[in-house]
Design a binder for this molecule. Structure first.
Ligand SMILES: Cc1ncc(COP(=O)(O)O)c(C=O)c1O
Length: 426
């Protein structure tokens, strides 16, 4: 029986070595760490540095979690197993975050962040968004706590994801295409590459932070990457622990900045780190070949954003100036993976695989037609990785795979249309 957790989990308390701390760049433009303290809700800063293993979920946040429909289901993908033809020995399960009202896992962290911003007395929250999933979640949570919202949306998504942009506007948010002309960072990028700039999450973050700093009534809400955000997503994995009958052989989730993967797997990884089970479970991060930081990046100190308005963190990164080609799964276009995820990858506790767009969308369509659920293209990276593992394990008998279906794809019609019109409907 699924249980709604009353505490979040913090993997920093169980890591085999301390997380390398964030640092300031060596220039004379002031401390970015001090700046972070200025822009984030104050409780988020505490969470970023805490070594407490469990953090109580405030009552108002629990109420909101119930209101949006948590706990979410864990279901067996029997139709998909059959479509893959892997035989009864391979069981595939998925946790479905797409049932949440904004369509993805992002609302799990948006709610407590907006709540903490209101506790600080802020009147407005500011953020960036790629596919629009995070921006929509932040706008929704802000409405729940009577806050104004400003969102910087990467230009390629601003153009192709008009649906999510309009929904943010319905919720009262002001949405700018990034690079925009309302910030110094945006104007600089426009001067360099002109109006055809596709934007990047790193650049949109730089714009959102700069905008937040221009008024003391604003708080910046980070959508991923920061440890505090990862902690607030662990409701997913804690629910999974209460829903699983047996420990799985594989846990798989896609990675943009890492909050989805962390939220889904960290409670199980933590149990393994403490010697409390999950010895046989392999944890697989599925990323896009367009931004393959865990499989093709370097473990190094790098900027969290393109403009270095935020501190440097030790991460697997492709370089903060990485501008990926525009692609369907806009939410995976980030240049780096969260510090704790990067450390777990370096220690060999987490494995990673990069998947190409057509392979991903082919599996997304197979999943849609066999399960009746149209997945978000981002989430479909986990589906394709699960299919890859299932085919490899077919015939080995008694293998269980659980993946996180982080969102539905009902607003990703553009991605599916391009794929089908390009002859991808096989
Ligand atoms: C549906 C969906 N899944 C996964 C991700 C990646 O999330 P994270 O940055 O938490 O890794 C995104 C990001 O936008 C998303 O929209």
């Amino acid at each position: 029986m699924a249980r709604l957790p009353t505490r979040w989990y913090n993997i920093a308390a169980d890591l085999p070595e301390p997380l390398p701390p964030m640092i300031d760049p060596l220039d004379d433009e002031g401390s970015r760490i001090a700046r972070l303290v200025e822009i984030l809700p104050s409780r988020l800063i505490e969470l970023e540095y805490t070594l407490d293993k469990y953090i109580d979920i405030p009552g108002e946040v629990l109420d909101a979690y119930m209101k949006i429909g948590r706990p979410t289901p864990l279901a067996r993908a029997k139709g998909f197993e059959k479509a893959l033809g892997v035989g009864g020995g391979v069981k595939i399960f998925y946790k479905f975050e797409g049932v949440l009202p904004t369509g993805s896992h992002k609302i799990n962290t948006a709610i407590p962040q907006a709540y903490y911003a209101r506790l600080d007395g802020a009147s407005e929250v500011v953020t960036e968004t790629g596919a629009g999933q995070w921006g929509l979640a932040a706008s929704t949570a802000a409405s729940m706590f009577a806050l104004k919202t400003t969102v910087f949306m990467t230009a390629s998504s601003y153009r192709s994801k008009a649906g999510r942009r309009r929904l943010m506007e319905v919720l009262g948010a002001t949405v700018y295409s990034s690079p925009s002309s309302v910030t110094e960072n945006g104007r600089k990028a426009l001067a360099e590459m002109g109006e055809s700039h596709p934007g990047s999450l790193g650049l949109a973050i730089a714009e959102a932070v700069e905008y937040t700093l221009s008024s003391p009534d604003r708080r910046y809400l980070p959508g991923s990457v920061m440890e505090a955000v990862l902690i607030l997503q662990t409701v997913i994995g804690l629910e999974v622990l209460s829903q699983l009958r047996d420990e799985p052989d594989y846990m798989i989730a896609c990675v943009g900045g890492g909050s989805n993967f962390a939220g889904f797997t960290y409670p199980a990884i933590g149990a393994w780190l403490r010697g409390e089970g999950f010895e046989k479970t392999r944890f697989i991060a599925a990323e896009s070949t367009a931004s393959p930081k865990l499989t093709g990046g370097r473990y190094m100190y790098d900027g969290l954003d393109a403009g270095t308005v935020l501190p440097l963190a030790k991460m697997y990164s492709l370089g903060k100036d990485h501008v990926p080609p525009p692609l369907h799964s806009a939410g995976l276009r980030y240049h780096a993976a969260a510090p704790s995820l990067s450390l777990l990858r370096k220690l060999g506790i987490v494995e990673a695989v990069a998947l190409g767009e057509s392979e991903v969308l082919r599996h997304a369509m197979l999943f849609a037609r066999s399960e009746g659920i149209i997945p978000a293209p981002e989430s479909a990276h986990a589906i394709a990785a699960a299919a890859m593992v299932a085919r490899r394990e077919a015939g080995n008998g008694g293998v269980t795979i659980v993946f996180n279906l982080s969102g539905h794809g009902l607003l990703d019609v553009d991605a599916y249309t391009r794929f089908v019109e390009g002859g991808g409907d096989g």
